[in-house]
Design a protein around this ligand. Structure first.
Ligand code: NAD
Length: 492
């Protein structure tokens, strides 16, 4: 399935084979720019998940007993394929989830970075040799794989996030059962084909297509040692709650955000406007780090507002395969409805609307794309109040609140921190005292200074606090979720 879906109904990949599922139901992958079907996929059932877990269980011991370097070889093959096929896969991502083409390709590059980092990790130190109180004793910490890792991923980074979950888990010696997001099964199919092409031993990597019921079956099965989840806080908290009651089992949940950018009185406004535009509208506001709150000092508020609003009115919404497009469509009707509901809520809560492109004019929609899930930016100003829902709940769309503050950085950070979430945030300021104050006091896991509030480095932990994370970030720190540690002492 390298270029375009065909008439075939695509199945699951279990135990090294394409596996017809137990259920009768199928579902479609839909291009959000055109509403055209991209292919039909079997809908996985809890029974299919059991079959995948049987395969993962059977493969566990042999895989664990290979060396790190041996296991990494399979990932290096995939790394090269991701690099060679970046343009082609970027196009698939764009067709399936609607983000514009440079972002589609960047998704593949980010996947390659993660695979490179995880495979490279096979030659890095994996524990600590520590001094013992007894001179004849060696004392050190050793890591071992946890066993079976269940991976449940969202649609908005349909290639990068699965590799964030799976690459390190596999190199560390675990087997994997993965459920891709129901909106992006085509990307799931291609990733499974990559593992097949790499010749990974049967049962080490397994993929079951489907919806939340299949995800839930992964969460509930006692053979799963760790659940790696990325998605909404609503689902993540349910998963963490279920797994929390099972001794020895772990759930690492990366969840939503209501992210803010603080613009102080001495900020470089070119940087501030660029940061806010990128963070609010790239991926049509459907990134976990997208910024829906701009907290701007009153001394620069009017100028910032004028420039930001002028740009928001002009950002191009259009064919995501066109390199000149800034924003593609939203992913589906459900997201469009949610966006509309929150725009109305903001109006009901007293917003002064500055940009309302919720329903685009006919001439703003590409000619042959009239059917897609098209929306444009919705921007408003509102007086900060702790009681407003519109500035506290994640919309996951191009819905942005501008708020001013008059005091010092302490006031800005207090407003910034007043959300139940704690994923990402940025400060735009030329004053190092203010930057440092934000760094030390913003309640977030990902902090950006004088940068757009988007982007990730695989060498750093990626994750949030409060309602956005449960203490197990992805990327570098994911090793804590996919390995166990043994304290080993040996008398010589
Ligand atoms: P979602 O929570 O609706 O779905 C995520 C995955 O969970 C899907 O594969 C889905 O099928 C599965 N799922 C749904 N119900 C389940 C259940 N009861 N048990 C087990 N699995 C279940 O999220 P989404 O709409 O795909 O993605 C958008 C959300 O993800 C946003 O809130 C966004 O902020 C968040 N997100 C977070 C990060 C991060 O790193 N923190 C990254 C990307 C997206």
């Amino acid at each position: 399935m390298s270029q375009q879906a065909s008439e075939q109904v695509y199945s699951h990949y279990i135990g090294g084979e394409w596996h017809d599922g137990a259920g009768e139901e199928t579902f479609e992958s839909v291009n959000p720019a055109t509403k055209e079907s991209l292919g039909e996929f079997q809908r996985g059932t809890p029974e299919d998940v059991q079959t995948a877990l049987d395969a993962a269980e059977e493969a566990k011991e042999e895989w664990r007993d290979l060396s790190y370097v041996n296991r990494a070889e399979y990932l290096w093959d995939i790394y090269h394929e991701l690099r060679e096929r970046t343009d082609e896969l970027g196009e698939v991502i764009t067709k399936e989830c609607g983000k514009e083409i440079s972002e589609g390709k960047a998704d593949v590059v980010e996947a390659a970075h993660m695979v490179e980092w995880a495979a490279g990790n096979a030659r890095h130190p994996h524990g600590d040799l520590v001094p013992s109180e007894i001179p004849s004793k060696d004392a050190y910490m050793r890591r071992k794989p946890r066993g079976i890792i269940g991976c449940i991923t969202p649609w908005n980074f349909p290639v990068a996030i699965p590799f964030w979950h799976m690459a390190l888990a596999l190199v560390e010696g675990n087997t994997v059962v993965w459920k891709p997001a129901e909106q992006t099964p085509w990307c799931g199919q291609i990733i499974a084909e990559m593992f097949e092409d790499a010749g990974i031993p049967d049962g080490v990597f397994n993929m079951v297509q489907g919806f939340g019921d299949a995800g839930n079956a992964i969460v509930e099965d006692e053979r799963v040692d760790t659940v790696l989840f990325t998605g909404s806080s609503e689902v993540g908290h349910k998963i963490a709650g279920k797994v929390g009651g099972e001794p020895g089992k772990l759930a690492a949940c990366e969840m939503g955000g209501k992210n803010g950018i603080v613009v102080t009185e001495n900020a470089d406004l070119d940087v501030a406007v660029h940061s806010a535009i990128m963070s609010s509208f790239k991926t049509t506001g459907q990134r976990c780090v997208s910024s829906e709150r701009l907290i701007v000092h009153e001394d620069v508020y009017d100028e910032f507002k004028e420039r930001y609003v002028a740009t928001a009115k002009e950002v191009s919404v259009g064919d995501p395969l066109d390199e000149n497009t800034f924003m593609g469509p939203m992913v589906n009707e459900e997201q469009v409805e949610k966006f509309g509901k929150y725009n109305q809520l903001a109006k009901d809560e007293g917003a002064n609307v500055l940009v309302d492109r919720e329903e685009l004019d006919d001439d703003e929609i590409p000619d042959d794309h009239e059917k897609g899930f098209w929306v444009g930016p919705f921007v408003y100003e509102i007086d900060y109040s702790p009681d407003l829902r519109c500035i506290h709940e994640e919309v996951f769309g191009p819905h942005v609140a501008l708020m001013s503050y008059s005091g010092d950085i302490e006031e800005a950070v207090e407003i910034h921190n007043d959300t139940p979430y704690g994923l990402a945030g940025a400060i735009i300021s030329e004053d190092y005292r203010q930057v440092n104050y934000f760094r030390d006091n913003a309640e977030i896991g990902l902090a950006y200074g004088n940068l757009p509030c988007i982007g990730a480095e695989v060498q750093l932990p990626f994750g949030g606090v409060k309602k956005s994370g449960n203490g197990y970030p992805s990327a570098r720190e994911a090793i804590e979720a996919v390995t166990e540690r043994t304290a080993w002492t040996l008398n010589n």
